[in-house]
Design a protein around this ligand. Structure first.
Ligand SMILES: [Mg+2]
Length: 224
């Protein structure tokens, strides 16, 4: 019978050991789209190649897709089909966010562990992993769906080290605040066109849109 002390992985997620992560080190959990990757830019180009327009006039996804000249956005379901198709075939074309890879490399050099936690359709796994590797972001990759709090809590349950969490979306930051209140939360919105449009609650989650500054703030937060 298994010794209970050997059972480190909660049913909800993988074990840190399986991911090759040293639980004695601080853990930095980072999103991809609009944090390490300029998602709107890449997805916008993908849509343009299909004769559509991606208008960045509000902080939204499917509501920003139009046929040229029209004032009503595409049906949400049609937008979702393009989104799924993008992840299936083209998510390797995203530009990386300036300074992201360097900031994570510096954190890793300062003995933090990095995990990439991305909400992406399952078929995107290989494309996403290759994209990360190609851009100097070859860290353990977890694919999630829905709010990120449960996945972060599952990782946090395996370590007593400080934890930082970075995402562009308030619902994910709120979800982590609920499940893992001791995690240091940072909101980062990489695309300069989205920065003025993105909702923020800086008194709850620190907002830093520049990777050089964000990397330093994370390093200070997780320093023991
Ligand atoms: Mg994101």
């Amino acid at each position: 019978m298994a010794d209970p002390k050997d059972i480190v992985a909660p049913a909800a997620g993988p074990s840190l050991a399986t991911l090759g992560i040293d639980a004695a080190r601080p853990l930095v959990i980072v999103d991809v789209d609009e944090v390490l990757a300029l998602f709107m830019e890449g997805f916008g180009r993908f849509l343009e190649a299909r004769g559509l327009e991606f208008r960045v006039d509000r902080f939204a996804l499917f509501q920003n897709i139009y046929r040229p000249g029209e004032t009503t956005h595409l049906e949400i379901e049609e937008g979702r089909r393009h989104y799924d198709e993008f992840f299936r075939t083209a998510c390797g074309d995203l530009p990386p966010s300036p300074g992201g890879a360097e900031a994570l490399r510096a954190l890793k050099a300062a003995e933090a562990e990095i995990v990439i936690l991305t909400n992406a359709p399952g078929p995107a796994r290989m494309g996403r992993a290759r994209w990360l590797g190609r851009h100097g972001l070859d860290y353990p990759l977890l694919i999630n769906s829905g709010p990120k709090g449960p996945a972060v809590a599952a990782l946090a349950a395996q370590t007593r080290s400080p934890i930082a969490f970075v995402d562009d979306l308030l619902p994910n930051l709120e979800s982590v605040a609920e499940t893992t209140p001791h995690a240091h939360r940072f909101q980062m919105v990489a695309d300069p066109r989205l920065q003025p449009l993105a909702p923020s609650t800086p008194e709850r989650h620190r907002r830093i849109d520049d990777w050089a500054e964000l990397g330093q703030a994370i390093a200070e937060a997780i320093r023991r």
